[in-house]
Design a protein around this ligand. Sequence first.
Ligand SMILES: Cc1cc2nc3c(=O)[nH]c(=O)nc-3n(C[C@H](O)[C@H](O)[C@H](O)COP(=O)(O)OP(=O)(O)OC[C@H]3O[C@@H](n4cnc5c(N)ncnc54)[C@H](O)[C@@H]3O)c2cc1C
Length: 478
Amino acid sequence: MPETAIAWFRRDLRTRDNPTLAAACGTDRVVPVYCFDPRRYGPRAFGGNASFEYPGLGAGRAQFERESVTDLRERLRDAGRDLLVRHGRPDEVLSAILDHVGADSLHYQTLPIPDERTHEQQVRSVLPDDITLEPHWTHTLHHVDDLPTPPDEIPDTFTPWRNEVEAESRVRDPIGVPEVPPLPDNVPEIGTIPDLDSLDVVGEVPDDDRMALDFEGGETAGQQRVEEYIWETDSLREYKQTRNGLIGRDYSSKFSPWLNVGCLSPREVYQAVQAYERERVSNDSTYWLNFELRWRDFFQFQFAKYGGQFFTPGGIRERTDLQWCRDETDFGRWQDGQTGVPFVDAAMRELAATGYVSNRARQNAASFLVHDLGIDWRWGAAHYEQHLLDYDPASNYGNWAYIAKVGNDSREGGFDVLSQAERYDPGAEYIRRWCPELDGVIVEYAREPWRMDEHEQRERGVVLGEEYPEPIVDPERL
Ligand SMILES: Cc1cc2nc3c(=O)[nH]c(=O)nc-3n(C[C@H](O)[C@H](O)[C@H](O)COP(=O)(O)OP(=O)(O)OC[C@H]3O[C@@H](n4cnc5c(N)ncnc54)[C@H](O)[C@@H]3O)c2cc1C
């Protein structure tokens, strides 16, 4: 009997540098499978706590996922193989396929997120004992087994962790695309990729000509973006100087949506940076892109350490001294970009319209919600979760917890959003781009419209409370 393996794709939608696929391909027959798990769409609750439900996955990210699965299927078809697609729970889908084809092993990506761990356990619990189960750690730059300190003992601050990893851990070389063995003769129905209507998603797919980039899911588009950013536009050369930008394609890499569904492997990005350093230039910018990939790793390993504690109001620091307010009106105005603080409103409008926002704008909008409005940081994180194309539980909740001072940062205080606007948006171009009501006013007023007296407001056609909102907080306290 030929030996048959199932390769269960999760957030590793690629053929290159995919240890799960490569390991499955050591057999005679391989059944690649992807499940659109209905539990991932529709309303969600923090760590299973029904007291706070939120809308969950937005249409933009679901579309990105669909495109990524389509691309993976096309790649496998080009190699004469295929991808089975199901709209169902992995435990049910995989046990049915396994029964049907009589597989000997199941290979899958393992992830450090509580929900994803639960889904893995559910799959394991329904499969017969004689099936070989092979989890593979595939989504970080540094492999979990190569950490100098195991995740449950790592420091809670980034710098000592990074120093240790940079000194003592080597990034493994990416592996190539494997020769995928054929499907078994008795393969079940291949299945179609569900359309957006049949997935329970919220809102519309973003379509705005001010989008930083036309994000298209898939390994092919992800590789094209690496090619474009690193080689064609040579943008990596100045990444450290441009990375706090707010407008445009190339101030930062925009790799995040592809990294987070696994269309891009961080090790391949690292390898491309190394090649660039050899062939063009090795400088603080090339170092800094890897530095940011290590931030991404850090949050993944923090989740491996703390798991669901990241979703609690007091976070991993178990803070009980912070009282979060739950003002739905203020929260709604923040979500809608109607706080009356232009730098924050610009960020929130960009997020809703495009699904992507720069790191600088994300930080400021988050800090405003938490420190100036005092609203439960998890509400904000849930809103980002719904809209971000690059949403990743560890990066999102990890960064939010960091800003809310309940995570991996022991300092107090938030951002001064007004001085941040002055520093990072000196010409108020970002503000005007997303708050066109403020187009006709001078830079200082675009940033702080409440400085205009009533006469100036009328003269410039921006009456606060009519054309543009009054600030919802006392600007003197910002
Ligand atoms: C409140 C808040 C929420 C966030 N939510 C997410 C999220 O859900 N998913 C996500 O990928 N990033 C998140 N980030 C981190 C960061 O904003 C994005 O990774 C970055 O803006 C993506 O754009 P880029 O690919 O051009 O980044 P670049 O600046 O080009 O960085 C390269 C890569 O490094 C990684 N990276 C950079 N900064 C961070 C960081 N602070 N934390 C973790 N990884 C980082 C990303 O994978 C990114 O693609 C969040 C940041 C904040 C402040």
